[in-house]
Design a protein around this ligand. Structure first.
Ligand code: MN
Length: 326
């Protein structure tokens, strides 16, 4: 059950879009997330990269962490590692993650809040479950999205935006059957809290069984739907989309999706992310935690990292896993 909930009857409503007279975007591709181990060995489901990157542009990576109920001593994180050339957006649906960085920042991302980190020219950080979660165990469910930066912004100064759960803009579908949380960007003129260098829209929607969600979508944005849990269909063609699957949409002016009448036992509703943005359309050179435009810039990033120019780990936090790259 996501931490951010609301009575949809009290919220602003999305416009009613006619079934037949709307230029719905069709589904061009459906992919299943692959499972990977990250950091100290926590499992993520990663729907992309994997699809042709031009489908996901301006996004680079999406990781679903959990949902998992950790036992005592089981929770794991990602020890110190660098980033350069993009932004990471960590949205904690349930539970908490603690972070510390090389520029003196740090804090707790918890229960519906989002941390927006612009790595820009470079930063070192760690992303760990808080000590209480490690000690006692508990529910952990989050999503990390990587948003690319255009060439002109890749070496910008690092910065943070801490977005509290109460800052997310909440909207309702036209009939009240779906709750939409605007994490970043805007939807139908309703602005979310995140300020982005690259124009994007990033939503988390909860659709009750059988509910339909339709929304206008900027024609120059890419569009994707990823299923956190539950089942439903996407597009006017009603393409089935289950947990851990990602749909990529083609061109058009609006998106439509519908939760299945019957949901699986682990999910009373259909929980989805809806995301897209203005493609950057530049060459992408990536290696691990660095995403640049050319291979030479990746080599430079390694040199700068080794020389400490991406920052250094604060002495108090130094551990044996300092040199790991995630
Ligand atoms: Mn990281």
């Amino acid at each position: 059950m996501p931490a951010i909930t609301a009575d949809t009857l009290t919220l602003p409503r999305l416009p009613e879009l006619p079934e037949t007279a709307t230029d719905w975007r069709g589904v061009t591709k459906v992919v299943k997330a692959q499972k990977f181990l990250e950091g100290e060995g926590f499992q993520v489901r990663r729907p992309f990269p994997g699809v042709d990157l031009s489908d996901a542009d301006p996004f680079l990576l999406l990781d679903q962490m959990g949902a998992v109920e950790y036992g005592p001593g089981e929770a794991k994180g990602a020890p110190w590692h660098p980033h350069r050339g993009f932004e990471t957006v960590t949205y904690m649906i349930d539970g908490a993650m603690q972070h510390t960085d090389s520029i003196g920042g740090g804090g707790l991302i918890t229960d519906g809040s989002t941390q927006w980190m612009t790595a820009g020219a470079g930063i070192l950080h760690n992303e760990m479950p808080p000590p209480e979660l490690i000690a006692k165990g508990g529910l952990f469910h989050g999503v990390q999205l990587w948003v690319n930066l255009p060439r002109s912004m890749k070496m910008t100064q690092p910065r943070y935006q801490d977005i509290e759960a109460r800052d997310a803009r909440l909207l309702s579908s036209d009939d009240g059957g779906a709750l939409v949380r605007v994490i970043a960007g805007e939807l139908d003129g309703h602005k979310g809290p995140g300020s982005t260098y690259t124009p994007i829209t990033y939503l988390h929607a909860t659709l009750s069984a059988g509910a339909r969600l339709a929304m206008p979508w900027p024609e120059d944005f890419t569009a994707m739907v990823y299923v956190l849990s539950g089942r439903g269909t996407v597009g006017a063609e009603r393409r089935p989309l289950d947990e851990g699957h990602l749909a990529v949409f083609g061109r058009g002016e609006a998106l439509t999706m519908q939760a299945a009448d019957t949901q699986p036992g682990n999910s009373p509703s259909w929980e989805i992310l809806v995301l897209g943005g203005k493609p950057i359309n530049e060459p992408v050179a990536r290696y691990g935690p660095f995403v640049m435009n050319t291979r030479q810039e990746i080599l430079d990033a390694f040199d700068d990292y080794q020389a400490g120019r991406l920052g250094t780990i604060p002495a108090i936090h130094r551990t044996s896993s300092d040199e790991e790259l995630t």
